[in-house]
Design a protein around this ligand. Structure first.
Ligand SMILES: O=C(CO)[C@@H](O)[C@H](O)COP(=O)(O)O
Length: 212
């Protein structure tokens, strides 16, 4: 099933490694298609992962295709897809700079134009929730905003987008934005961008940036 999408999902996992957003087995990417979710198998190191290892689930979490156990975060991904119908792909990582903010339960304010371009508003933090059930998904829904990126208290990050490309891009830029916020705070006390300017930048970026 879904051979092309499985290849795309596999490449997304390779990109997480390439951009140093994950280590060894941490993190996962999923994509929603029809009434199915395709997700990484649990605990397989990235250098051993294969296209055919991707697991197809139904919306209740039953395996429809795949020999391996799906990600421990499957219930989180499924809960988010059920509650956010516009979301078509989800990434979870422990990318270091963004996770540093998550460990402190500190949101990332809109300090930079890059943050405003991609996210428009601050990246919020959800309450602590344990892995392995819908609890993380529920905590994310309580705080999710236009950024569709949430820091998971004491854990890592969840990034959501309409498809795999958008979601990978957001995961990479979230880490860059977190790194610059961290660095700015080590040498001073950055002020957030004016809210109206952040909104203007977000709208410009989403209607004009790139080959649009
Ligand atoms: O954060 C967690 C578990 O605490 C997960 O993201 C693991 O880091 C990866 O789990 P699998 O996707 O391999 O099951």
């Amino acid at each position: 099933m879904y051979e092309d999408l499985k290849k795309e999902l596999y490449k997304a996992h390779m990109n997480l490694e390439k951009y140093r957003l994950v280590a060894y087995t941490s993190g996962n990417v999923s994509v929603k298609v029809n009434n199915h979710v395709i997700i990484k198998p649990s605990g397989i190191p990235y250098d051993q992962l294969k296209v055919e290892d991707m697991v197809v689930l139904d919306m209740e979490g039953n395996t429809v295709e795949g020999k391996l156990k799906p990600s421990v975060d499957s219930a989180t991904h499924l809960y988010l897809y059920k509650n956010l119908p516009d979301v078509g792909s989800i990434i979870h990582t422990h990318s270091p700079y963004a996770s540093a903010f998550a460990l402190l339960s500190q949101p990332i304010p809109v300090y930079s134009t890059a943050h405003a371009d991609v996210f428009g508003v601050q990246v919020p933090v959800s309450n602590y929730a344990p892995v392995g059930s819908e609890a993380i998904g529920k905590a994310v829904i309580e705080v999710v905003n236009q950024a569709k990126a949430v820091l998971l208290s004491k854990h890592g990050v969840i990034v959501m987008g309409k498809d795999i490309n958008e979601t990978i891009r957001k995961a990479i830029f979230l880490e860059e934005v977190a790194q610059t916020a961290y660095l700015a705070r080590t040498i001073g006390n950055p002020e957030p961008l004016d809210e109206k300017e952040a909104k203007r930048l977000y709208e410009f970026h989403h209607s004009n940036y790139g080959q649009k």
